[in-house]
Design a protein around this ligand. Sequence first.
Ligand code: GN1
Ligand code: MG
Length: 368
Amino acid sequence: MKYFVAEQFDVAGRLVSVKEHGDGNVNDTYIVVFRTTFSEEKFILQRISSTVFAEPMNIIHNMKLLTEHGHAKLEAGVDLADRIWQLPKLIKTRHGDDFIIDEDGNYWRAISLIASAHSYEKVRNIEHAFEVGTVLGKFHETVNDLPSDLLKDPLPGFHETPVYLDEYDKVCQQKPAGKLLKFSKDADNCRRFIEQRRQFAMVLETAKRHGELKLRPIHGDPKISNIMIDDDTGKGTCIVDLDTVKPGLVHYDFGDCMRSCCNPAGEETKNISKVIFDTNLCQAITKGYMGFGRQFLTESDKYYLYDSIRLITFELGLRFFTDYLAGNVYFKTRYDGHNLHRARVQFKLVESIETREDIIREILDRYR
Ligand code: GN1
Ligand code: MG
């Protein structure tokens, strides 16, 4: 199927290969190679998960709107920039469409590959962390003047922690979850961990309801493996994976980037005792981010940055744990108990963030 689909996109030459790419937890991603007698073209092909995205058209709409706005702005600022900023682009089919629907009703789309750049599953050093923060800050600055109500919502409730708590409570009522909670000590510890933080889970949504925090276009998934680093210069050049772009709080992005990048062991580590929140990395990301963030963040935005780091880390743990209890229906898993283990990694990271609260707040204050 993937070969048949790859051939439908408007790329010169003959199809050479379609290989799995990256380790996304939701969509299926491939790298496709086409060759002519004198050149080669590579692009990214993705099958959008229909379990997660009920309306794939919303993703396509957002991607077009955001990249058109982004490309125009990046091109206008090209002479002033210290690097080449990039943003991926949708590739049309040979019939001029933006996607293909296969016979099973799955949506496939093709995206340009960012040339001569790579992303990494784990942070490599402090310079890498600074670049990650810089790329996220640049992204937010680029989309800050795009009215967020022009964007569709491909994932209603995404990153609204109280919504995940409701879902968790529902899943806990079901029989299979009850059994897992009764017989697994690790699962019971996770349950207790969540109970102790129920009140805190409301923090960003309450601030939003009170008008302290406002919706803006967000990326939704700025984890370290979505931030591309130029092979030649070592500088950040681009943020990829635009499926989760939607109106939201920049705090969701800031928190997610921190939780992903400040854990040097990586979110897939087997060794939970290695999981810590590294405050030197946090400082480097903050410094990079604030280079742009200082211009658009309000005082109220800045006030909630610490909470965003703690909350989005907690939220991902809650999402993994709920999926474990529900029978692994959302995130792809590679072994038995994978989602439980992922949840424990995130909860360990939450504890480390809580322990280092004073240092983290001090760093955030320093660059405000
Ligand atoms: C999922 O599939 P991927 O890796 O792009 C998830 C993110 C999580 C991330 C954790 C739509 O992203 O929210 O932070 O896994 N995406 C969705 O690795 O739920
Ligand atoms: Mg993603």
